[in-house]
Design a binder for this molecule. Structure first.
Ligand code: 7RM
Length: 663
């Protein structure tokens, strides 16, 4: 595996250490916070790791169970075997909706949706309950039952939340595919989990442009007859072709006479699967990360409540698309399990103007804003005026997720958006972790721009050197997690023996969960995340495997080989740089960069399109044929003066060609 890259870590340390100011929690925030200060955090953290059984036994009451668990956990990372709240029974959708109908939350907004064009639609818990129940009945009528995989390919519309919760209600496993993915990516994700029902829309809308979701779906399943039903939301009214006997309209399905009948939520075992979400790794195809019901729900609910210091009167705005884990955990499950009001936004931060987020914050009086560093950097470039046009007085907490935030962007977020008075929670986590693992707590942590603070309760991270020893203070190394926490993945789809799971996450340092990230812990015990140390790119907060992009490029007949690396990009965090070798003796045809860009867009998604493509006659390889990505990364990043030792290359002369041809 092309895995370990200490040089990349050393480079990142330099960037992260420039801002020295400290930001203690504001007094009034502290006083009213769920976790009021460092003493409380430290004491509770100590308890959580010294007596995890007692701690989680107490915390699991944050959700409602129809049968209490017999045992808190049974976990062994060596095997790996991970089980939480064994014997407990519950339903996630019941917890996100029904249980709130008993009290005052009944008439509270659960979802506030703002469309790309600025139209607003609100669903109270009562209204959401009706929609989810109706759609659960539709799914049942289609023959869907517990354990079935149901694919949801939608953009950010309320039906996405409704469909996911309807799946959870009947015990089906949802497989949400980001609406920006191509038909080929969709097909791969449908067939990998053998899904026979797909929910999509005629079109998606983002930033004034439409996305042909139904057409992509048709293409994806054209040669995959296992899909028996496609349910189509009418979003734009664009003409789409409907296949008789397979495709039906959402609005017609939910208007059938018997659809209003109350269907009881399926009682699930704590370890029954809740959803699959495909994510990229350093090798091969994306894998379907599997999360189960009890532990995931407890973890997302508790982390949501304490990290965002959520109070019933707050409006929470997470800008992430539900197609990614952030949307699953902190748009749907965490917030709704807590009875929160969640704002969901269909569009982009810059449409129609680069003040769209700020306009939304003022219009809906948003209190908590959770977004990605790439969005902050992009908006920062348009200048402060766009922010200053709006009051933003309702905001009381800011958050970031998805990639390291550079201190400059942190300071801008803090000063310009937060007027210097709001805490920022820089939350570190992964698809595999289910919820946030390392984070400040807004009423407790003294913030350092660029640091993600300390571990959340029950989480025991370690930073290890190559040799597996604990790294010294500020030394930097591999971030691993020592014991289980309730939100951790339970496997990857199609791997019941957990062989792949073991290889991917538990083999680098046996008995420990390997995150794939580099980190260092400073003298105060604060964590500084340094980005991926494997061949996974983080482009605008989107996780992409270099291997996938390479394979998309190489799928073009004229390409014999391709190597993809990341390079520092001012807005995207990481840009995509592709080195491409064409068929022997072939001249580079005019416009070929565009052709290849289009190829990647078609095979994966527009977000995977390389920013730069350099054609070359060869790649730097060792004698055993391994591509030396270290050299390619340096060339792509413009650090050509210091390429290190190239003597082990089979043909060192390619390096000159690569340096000369640099884009
Ligand atoms: C939530 C999410 C996971 C990867 C992870 C990191 C990077 C995420 C932060 C971060 C530095 C952060 N899931 N990452 N959050 N790096 N600071 N606060 O993004 O599975 O899509 O990506 O994202 O490299 O391994 S993800």
């Amino acid at each position: 595996m092309r895995q370990k890259n200490p040089e990349k870590m050393a480079e990142t340390i330099k960037v992260l250490t420039e801002e020295k100011r400290l930001f203690p929690p504001p007094q009034e925030f502290k006083e009213s916070a769920h976790i009021k200060g460092m003493e409380e955090y430290t004491a509770l953290y100590k308890e959580s790791v010294e007596d995890p059984e007692g701690f989680w036994d107490r915390m699991a009451g944050i959700v409602d169970w129809t049968k209490k668990w017999d045992k808190v956990f049974e976990c062994d990372f060596e095997k790996p075997e991970i089980k939480w709240f064994l014997g407990g029974r519950l339903n996630a959708a019941y917890n996100c909706i029904d249980r709130h109908l008993k009290g005052f939350r009944r008439n509270k907004a659960a979802l506030i949706w703002e469309s790309d064009e600025g139209e607003v639609k609100t669903y109270t818990y009562q209204q959401l309950s009706r929609e989810v129940n109706r759609f659960a009945n539709v799914l049942k009528k289609k023959g869907a039952t517990k354990g079935d995989r149901i694919t949801i390919y939608l953009s950010m519309i309320p039906e996405l939340v409704i469909a996911a919760l309807a799946c959870a209600r009947i015990g089906a496993i949802h497989n949400v595919v980001f609406g920006g993915f191509s038909s080929a990516s969709l097909r791969e994700r449908i067939s990998d989990c053998a899904s026979n029902l797909v929910i999509t829309a005629d079109e998606g809308v983002r930033g004034g442009k439409s996305v042909p979701l139904k057409r992509n779906t048709d293409e994806a399943i054209a040669d995959y007859p296992c899909v028996e039903n496609v349910i189509v939301v009418k979003r734009t009214g664009a003409g789409v072709s409907m296949t008789e006997g397979r495709d039906t309209w959402w609005h017609e399905e939910i208007s059938e006479p018997d659809i209003e009948e109350i269907s009881e939520p399926e009682e699930m075992d704590s370890e029954d699967p809740l959803f699959i979400l495909y994510t990229s790794g350093s090798t091969g195809k994306p894998k379907g990360v599997l999360h189960t019901t009890g532990g995931y729900l407890v973890y997302t609910a508790l982390s949501f409540k304490w990290i965002f210091d959520y109070k019933d009167e707050d409006i929470f705005f997470c800008t992430a698309d539900i197609g990614w884990i952030t949307g699953h955990s902190y748009v749907i499950y965490g917030p709704l399990a807590c009875g929160a009001t969640c704002l969901i936004f269909e569009g982009t931060p810059t449409y129609p103007e680069p003040d769209r987020f700020w306009e939304i914050v003022d219009k809906h009086r948003v209190n908590i804003l959770y977004t990605a560093p790439t969005a902050i950097r992009a908006l920062m470039r348009y200048g402060d005026e766009w922010v200053k046009k709006h009051s933003l007085a309702s905001l009381r907490l800011l958050g970031t997720v998805g990639e390291p935030i550079n201190p400059k962007a942190w300071m801008w977020y803090h000063e310009v958006v937060g007027k210097g008075r709001l805490p920022i929670v820089d939350t570190w986590w992964q698809t595999e972790t289910g919820g946030i693992l390392i984070t400040p707590l807004p009423g407790a942590t003294t913030l350092k721009p660029g640091s993600a603070g300390r571990p959340f309760f029950g989480v025991k991270p370690l930073v290890l050197t190559k040799e597996g020893k604990e790294a010294g203070s500020n030394e930097g190394g591999y971030l691993v997690i020592e014991d289980s926490w309730p939100g951790i993945l339970r496997g990857t789809y199609g791997d019941p023996e957990k062989k792949r799971m073991k290889e991917l996450y538990f083999s680098h340092f046996p008995g420990l969960f390997f995150t794939g990230d580099g980190a260092r812990i400073d003298g105060d015990g604060d964590y500084w995340l340094m980005g991926r140390i494997d061949d996974v790119l983080n482009v605008s907060g989107h996780r992409l495997g270099t291997a996938e992009i390479e394979s998309a490029l190489a799928s073009h007949l004229d390409v014999s080989e391709a190597a993809v690396v990341g390079y520092p990009h001012e807005v995207k965090g990481e840009g995509i740089y592709a080195f491409v070798v064409l068929r022997e003796g072939m001249e580079v045809p005019g416009g070929f960069e565009k052709t290849l860009g289009g190829q990647v867009k078609k095979v994966i998604s527009p977000i995977a399109r390389p920013d730069k493509i350099q054609f070359t006659t060869g790649l730097p390889k060792t004698r055993s044929g391994k591509i030396m990505r270290r050299i390619l990364r340096k060339i792509a990043g413009g650090r050509t003066e210091d390429l290190g030792d190239v003597s082990t290359l089979a043909d060192p002369s390619v390096v000159d060609e690569l340096v000369k041809g640099r884009k």
